[in-house]
Structures are given as structure tokens and as C-alpha cells.
Design a protein around this ligand. Structure first.
Ligand SMILES: *Cc1c(COP(=O)(O)O)cnc(C)c1O
Ligand SMILES: [Zn+2]
Length: 420
């Protein structure tokens, strides 16, 4: 972890030493970027060493992370990340695209992208000797923290809104975390977590607020770089200079900012030549970041969030400024989708064997819209993130499909219902 030299505020650019601050900028509350010593990293490792790693998890990128090895071999903590990328040709054809990939984050140990952030936050908690780690969550961040903590015997406290989908609450409880369901929104849970952490001296993992969540999430950017390297759009020795476009759903804005940071690190190291375009997709009913993007301001005005995609239902996004820049600095954009469009995207991904929760399908819904609007053309290579498993919210999936008929157990009934 000699690569970790400090933090830089994303608002005022002030720099801090690693032990000077813990969460956000003391001057203006801005999100802090971890500053890495790229010369040191280049000295310690090479792309070829990383690409040759047999560690099929985000820990293959340890030389680029601001934590030391957290241990936990043989546990789910070591299985976070390194999710598969699929290239479903029928889905590409249905959109009229030549190149489409889906990166399936439902394959993470607790079935969402959040395992990346929680794995690295748990590593940090162990490094600083934190006894209890706490987070606010709409469900997935909590499930991930509870799961990663359980893997290594770390104590975790989770604050989630009482409306969180039952599967997510079941995960929290099964992993043995202390679970407090807040009679309020995610934003209420977030604010409560900050005061509780302060009062009781707990280490707070809250998304965006804790700089290490971004460091975990950036590993998805590393993986996209690594996994698309052998395609004609891979960045080294590539025949094509067309950057690929990455579509990602946005709530607090920490995933999109993390993927951007991953690409920025790789460019700073000289390992990535062309910055991919990054597209953020928000639900119309929870669009504080997209609203600011369209108004061309970095001032985020909170909304009263209403969307069935619970994982991206956020009044005041906690990583909004960096999330806007992820699009503006890469030639990407923001796209808004309705809940009906999100629901429609669930069976579309399902038809190629990918089961997404509503927030997971949101990125694909945004791609459908961007293609229809001509923002994405036939030749543009596109990667879509599915950020969470459909098993997280089966109620939503059932709304997106029609119910199966119930029949008598007879061949006659089969014939009758199938019209055979
Ligand atoms: C948390 C989450 C998101 C959004 O991530 P942010 O960092 O809040 O923007 C998207 N999809 C799923 C499934 C999530 O759990
Ligand atoms: Zn600052």
C-alpha cells in the first residue's frame, strides 16, 4: 500500500495525507479521490503481470489499490469482482448494433456490484483496526457489506429503509449483521448513519462519503479494460480507434465515478490509450444527477425520489459532481428512462439468459433509448453493466412478465393450453 499517497478533493483540489482525513473534504465536504503513486506502481508491476494473474477476483489489481492484502483466503471476500462479460448476439441484433457486451455483476458473491466497494472497505477497516463497520443502504450495499464482513468475521451494522425488498433484508439478516430498518428513505438512513458512526466511533462505509467505495468500484473499469483488450476495440495494438461506450445505471453516482476513476488510473499509467465514453442512466423519478447534467451545472438539487428501481432511488446523490464529470469528461451523456422502460428491459435481458433487478436493467433501458435517439450508432461498440441480480427483487420481475397458467396435471390440459 506504498502506492497510497493521499487524497485530493474533487471540488477544491486540496490534498491531504492518508492519515489526515477519513471521509470527505473538511473544507467543503467534497468527495475525496485517493491519490496513487503511479511511478511506484509502474515500478512494482506491469500490465502483463496483472493480466497473467490467476486470481479471478478484484484482488488481481491489488498493486493498484490503496489497501494491503486483507487476507480471508478461501472466503467470499476473495471472490468479489472479475465478473464475466457476455456478448449476446441476438440482443445486439435486436438493437441493430454490431458489438454489444453485457458485464454481469449479478455474479458477485452477494449478487450485486456493491461487493466491490464493500470488499475494499472491509480491507480498509481491517487495516485501520476498526471494530465495527456501518453503512446506510437501499439494500445491496448493506448486503454486500454484511456478506464481505461475515466472510472474515468483521462486525457490521446496517441501516436500510424499511421498504427495502425482502430478499435484500433476508441477506442482511442471514449474514448476521446488526440490521436496523429505518422508517424513512435511504437519505434518512444515510444521515442517521453519519451521526451514529460519529457518536459510537464506528467506521462508516457510506457510498461516496467513504473514499474507499470508489476505489473498490474502479476495479470494474480495470476489468472492462482487461476483458475487452482482445477485441478489436481493445486499446493496445487496436486496429480501431473508436472508443467503446459504457452504459451504467446511476443512483448516488459512485459506480459511474468509480468506473471513470478506473479508466483514469489506467491512462495515467499509460496502459490505456483511448478513454471510453461513459453514459449514465437514471430513472425519471430519481434524476438529480441527470437534471444537473442537462442544466450544465455541478450544483446538485435534491429531488423527492420515486422509482421502482429501489437501488437507484436517491433524493440527494452523494457522488453527484464526479458522476456528472464521468459523462462530460469522456464524451458520454446522461439518459433518462421511465419505470415502464426499466420494467420492459428486464425480460429483454432475460431472453438472453441474464436476470437483472430493476436498477440492473436500467442501463440497458438507457441503451435502448440512446439507440432510438441516434446517440449510439450501428458501429459504436457498447458495453452495458447489469449491476444486480433479478433474484434481489422477484416482485419487480413478476410485474414485467405475464403470469404462467395453472393447469390440471393431465395431457389434455397441456394440449388445451398450448393449442396442440
Ligand atoms: C447501488 C446500485 C446502483 C447505483 O450505484 P450508485 O453508486 O448509487 O450510482 C445501480 N444498480 C444497482 C443494482 C445498485 O445496487
Ligand atoms: Zn475540498
Amino acid at each position: 500500500m506504498q502506492n497510497f499517497i493521499g487524497y485530493r478533493c474533487s471540488i477544491c483540489n486540496r490534498e491531504y495525507l492518508p492519515d489526515q482525513v477519513t471521509y470527505t473534504c473538511p473544507t467543503d465536504g467534497g468527495n475525496l479521490d485517493v491519490v496513487l503513486d503511479f511511478d511506484h506502481i509502474r515500478h512494482e508491476t506491469t500490465p502483463d503481470t496483472i493480466l497473467a494473474s490467476r486470481d479471478a477476483s478484484l484482488w488481481r489489481y491489488l498493486p493498484l489499490l490503496p489497501v494491503s492484502d486483507p487476507g480471508g483466503e478461501g472466503t467470499p471476500l476473495r471472490a468479489a469482482g472479475y465478473t464475466p462479460i457476455f456478448s449476446p448476439s441476438r440482443l445486439a441484433e435486436s438493437l441493430g448494433l454490431k458489438h454489444l457486451w453485457v458485464k454481469d455483476e449479478s455474479r458477485n458473491p452477494t449478487a450485486s456490484f456493491k461487493d466491490r466497494a464493500s470488499a475494499v472497505a472491509v480491507a480498509r477497516a481491517r487495516a485501520i483496526g476498526a471494530e465495527i463497520i456501518v453503512t446506510a443502504s437501499t439494500g445491496n450495499a448493506g448486503a454486500a457489506l454484511a456478506g464481505m464482513s461475515a466472510a472474515v468475521g468483521q462486525r457490521a451494522v446496517i441501516f436500510a429503509p424499511r421498504t427495502a425488498p425482502p430478499a435484500k433484508v433476508a441477506q442482511l439478516l442471514t449474514f448476521g449483521a446488526t440490521v436496523l430498518l429505518v422508517d424513512g428513505t435511504y437519505d434518512d438512513a444515510f444521515d442517521l448513519t453519519l451521526v451514529a458512526a460519529q457518536e459510537f466511533g464506528w467506521y462508516c462505509r457510506n457510498t461516496g462519503y467513504n473514499p474507499f467505495t470508489l476505489e473498490g468500484k474502479k476495479t470494474a473499469g480495470y476489468e472492462i479494460w482487461e476483458q475487452l483488450r482482445n477485441t478489436e476495440y481493445g486499446t493496445r495494438n487496436s486496429v480501431s480507434r473508436i472508443p467503446y461506450s459504457v452504459f451504467v445505471s446511476v443512483g448516488d453516482g459512485n459506480i459511474i465515478s468509480g468506473i471513470h476513476k478506473g479508466f483514469k488510473d489506467l491512462m495515467a499509467l499509460g496502459w490505456l490509450e483511448t478513454m471510453p465514453r461513459i453514459f449514465g442512466v437514471q430513472a425519471e423519478g430519481s434524476a438529480a444527477i441527470a437534471n444537473a447534467y442537462f442544466a450544465q451545472t455541478e450544483t446538485i438539487t435534491p429531488v423527492v425520489a420515486h422509482t421502482l428501481a429501489d437501488s437507484i432511488s436517491v433524493d440527494l446523490p452523494r457522488d453527484g459532481v464526479r458522476a456528472i464529470r464521468a459523462a462530460t469528461q469522456t464524451g458520454g451523456q446522461y439518459v433518462l428512462v421511465s419505470d415502464a422502460e426499466i420494467l420492459a428491459a428486464i425480460p429483454q435481458l432475460g431472453r438472453v439468459g441474464i436476470f437483472a433487478e430493476p436498477a440492473g436493467a436500467t442501463a440497458y433501458a438507457g441503451l435502448v433509448k440512446a439507440v432510438a435517439a441516434g446517440v449510439i450508432g450501428v458501429d459504436d461498440p457498447v458495453l452495458v453493466m447489469n449491476t444486480g441480480s433479478g433474484l434481489k427483487d422477484v416482485g419487480a420481475a413478476m410485474k414485467a412478465v405475464s403470469a404462467a397458467p395453472i393447469i390440471e396435471p393431465s395431457l389434455g390440459a397441456v394440449k388445451k393450453y398450448l393449442g396442440l
